[in-house]
Design a protein around this ligand. Structure first.
Ligand SMILES: Nc1ncnc2c1ncn2[C@@H]1O[C@H](COP(=O)(O)OP(=O)(O)OP(=O)(O)O)[C@@H](O)[C@H]1O
Ligand SMILES: [Mg+2]
Length: 422
């Protein structure tokens, strides 16, 4: 196999650990070479590592699968997604006076104003992981996308700033290190995910991005082409599995199968479906078999889903600061992703519930991606693909970051030790 520089993304979800390997194809698109996933109930809880050994074994297993698919020695960077309640965001402004006589704004001025926007009152145990400029202002005139070369002072910037707990970053690093693979950067998964599945048009007209995970729901809102709001909610689609399991007193595996096979997000859509009257399931003891009535499912799913969507809507209706409008005031559309987005009728339910124009399921845009591993089309890989693509989609394009990082080839430490002992 020819040498190719693959970038790897790792997504440690509440239900599964997933990884993907991508590379630039040379024609402006991103090639998805490999995707791998392993189920991991209870290794993580809402983004927080609960069982270090379990999670690092799962990481080792998916990374080995990826390495096999791309051949060892081709891995150039591993970026890991972080999520969960400890990830928080805020919009902040930075300002700096240009005191030179010429007043022509240069890249150093831009670095300075972005540094100024980072001056937040956050606790010492937190770290800023992303500063995303929304717009610049020159001499109080707003709306500049790139101020370099213009003359004027002061230079201002509005930015979306994402910060998280240093302990959570360290725990993630620890888990990945134990798997034997050194990782490069920790990134908020929703940031590259938005760049990956929303079109430029959608980001301009006002669009919500919702990732319906097992135990977390990640929310973002875009306008004027930029992210203006992001939030991690500690609720997820496994709560519906839990309700089904309790209602029928059946195993959670059976409850999940019922939800995924026969579940519906809208009662209006249930009528048109040709479902059997009953289904065989396993009782809570994991031994006895029993039959349940499928028609009863809607009475459990719909109220649970309504509570969830209500909690999501409440976030989108909230004004973050007195000067900012709530996301629902500027939103027209929504794009949904994550395993929970696959519940039948979910796009229609989101449209109706939020009173917006349209909701679509996130997909891999063929103008951006060449998919060589067909399994990558499944929602559960999207966060891993987004983290893998982060350097191409965002970091290496960002002219406002001082030094662009370049990483060399990565090898699993165990393989390096084996080679040394040979
Ligand atoms: N076809 C389907 N219909 C309905 N629900 C589904 C379907 N496929 C998966 N799900 C649900 O999606 C959830 C898992 O989603 P996902 O794989 O995005 O979670 P995760 O990334 O592991 O978790 P999190 O993002 O919360 O950390 C589970 O509740 C699962 O039952
Ligand atoms: Mg997820």
């Amino acid at each position: 196999m020819a040498k190719e520089n693959y970038l790897v993304g790792l997504d440690m979800g509440s239900r599964s650990v997933s990884a993907a390997a991508v590379c630039e194809d040379g024609g402006g698109r991103i090639k998805i070479k490999a995707a791998a996933s392993i189920e991991l109930p209870k290794g993580l809880e809402r983004g927080i590592v609960m069982d270090i050994k379990k999670v690092s074994d799962a990481v080792a297993s998916v990374m080995e699968e990826i390495e096999e698919k791309i051949a060892p020695g081709n891995m150039h960077e591993i970026n890991v997604g972080i999520r969960g309640e400890s990830v928080q965001s805020v919009n902040n402004e930075g300002i700096c006076n240009i005191i030179r006589t010429d007043k022509e704004i240069n890249i150093e001025d831009v670095y300075n104003v972005i540094e100024n926007a980072k001056a937040l009152h956050i606790k010492e145990d937190r770290e800023i992981i992303h500063v995303i400029p929304q717009e610049f202002s020159i001499n109080k005139k707003t709306g500049y996308e790139n101020p370099i070369g213009h003359e004027g002072t002061p230079l201002g910037v509005k930015a979306h700033i994402i910060h998280t707990s240093v302990c959570d970053i360290n725990n993630i690093s620890h888990v990945v290190a134990l798997s034997g693979f050194p990782h490069n950067e920790t990134i908020y998964h929703l940031y590259p995910l938005g760049e990956m599945i929303l079109s430029e048009e959608e980001k301009k007209i006002g669009t919500l991005l919702i990732d319906f995970g097992a135990e977390t729901t990640s929310l973002a809102a875009y306008k004027k082409g930029k992210i203006f709001f992001s939030k991690e909610l500690p609720i997820g689609m496994d709560s519906i599995t839990f309700d089904i399991s309790n209602h029928f007193t059946i195993s959670s595996a059976s409850a999940r199968t019922l939800k995924e096979k026969y579940g519906f997000a809208l009662s209006a859509a249930v009528k048109d479906q040709q479902f059997p009257e009953t289904a065989e399931v396993t009782a809570m003891d994991d031994i006895r078999k029993k039959r349940v009535h499928i028609a009863e499912l809607k009475d459990i799913i719909l109220p649970g889903l309504e509570d969830m969507l209500q909690a999501v809507k409440a976030e989108f209706e909230t004004q973050q600061t007195p000067t900012e409008e709530p996301p629902l005031a500027y939103i027209n559309n929504a794009v949904i992703t994550g395993g929970g987005a696959l519940l039948k009728g979910m796009p229609e339910a989101v449209t109706r519930f939020f009173g917006i124009n349209e909701t679509r399921l996130g997909t891999l845009n063929p103008e951006l991606f060449i998919v060589e591993d067909e399994s990558a089309h499944h929602q559960k890989y999207f966060s891993a693909i987004a983290c893998a693509s982060y350097p191409i989609l965002i970091r290496d394009k960002n002219e406002f970051e001082p030094a662009k990082k370049k990483y060399g080839p990565i090898k699993r430490w165990i393989s390096v030790v084996k080679e040394l002992l040979r």
